[in-house]
Design a protein around this ligand. Structure first.
Ligand code: 8X3
Length: 250
């Protein structure tokens, strides 16, 4: 059955890969992002199967106006993929910039919450829907310099599980995807303020996951039969594993 799927952060990385994958699956996609020229490129590529939506998820008023600001035949959103998110900086907490912390909370936490708040009531009313949240292995496994990024993703994971508690008994599903090391996206370039050499070094000597791998996981959970809910999915490349706890020896 063809679904209407809204993806935030749709013009790059996981988001763009998911747009392609979902359309390949036979669904139609509301591609939400800030960069209109990139959205138009998706529209040119996929035509009527994509509705480009210029939206900054930190603009609370614009998000609150959803879904009624969508064209009438796009308002019944079946799946919301809260994909937009970011890491800013990798300095230790005592050297981090508070503006970077605020930015991560605004996008990863508040933006995700506002999108969910805008679209969830319609899903419950229709007794069908699916919230797919993009968290991270950083939600579970701390690492130096992760502080607010990891904490924001822990929020995403815990919010997802708590949504399930409220939604049990409805036909609305919630899934938390938790990817580890994923290469080939703008994630690390953004984290390091555009320093591409530093970003590349993160993936040196590894075979990381790709955005297409995450789209594969998203496609799987979305296309499962309605009685199946994947609560959490932790995904790492084979070259990555949780490490031992750190011990500082003198
Ligand atoms: C991305 C994975 O390890 O860079 O969420 O935090 S990590």
């Amino acid at each position: 059955m063809a679904l209407t799927i809204l993806v935030t952060g749709a013009t790059a990385g996981f988001g763009a890969a998911m747009v392609r994958r979902f359309i390949g699956d036979g669904h139609r996609v509301i591609a939400a992002a800030r960069r209109m020229e990139r959205l138009q490129a998706l529209r040119s590529e996929f035509g009527e199967a994509v509705l480009p939506l210029a939206l900054d998820i930190t603009d609370a008023a614009a998000v609150a106006a959803l879904p009624n600001s969508l064209p009438p035949n796009w308002r019944q959103v079946d799946v919301l993929v809260n994909n937009a998110g970011m890491a800013v900086g990798l300095d230790p907490a005592h050297k981090a910039r508070v503006a970077d912390w605020d930015r991560m909370v605004a996008v990863n936490v508040s933006g995700m919450l506002h999108m969910t708040h805008a679209l969830l009531p319609g899903m419950v009313e229709r007794n069908r829907g699916h919230i797919v949240n993009i968290s991270s292995t950083a939600a579970i496994y701390p690492y130096p310099g992760g502080h607010v990024y990891g904490a924001s993703k822990a929020f995403v994971t815990q919010f997802s599980l708590n949504l399930r508690a409220d939604l049990v008994g409805t036909g609305v599903r919630v899934t938390d995807l938790e990817p580890g090391l994923v290469g080939g996206t703008e994630f690390s370039v953004n984290r390091f303020g555009g320093d591409t050499a530093r970003a590349s070094a993160v993936y040196a000597g590894t075979v990381p996951l790709s955005a297409d791998d995450i789209a594969e996981a998203a496609s799987w959970v979305v296309n499962l039969p309605a009685h199946m809910n994947i609560n959490r999915m932790e995904i790492m490349p084979t070259c990555q594993a949780p490490g031992p706890l750190a011990i500082k020896r003198t």
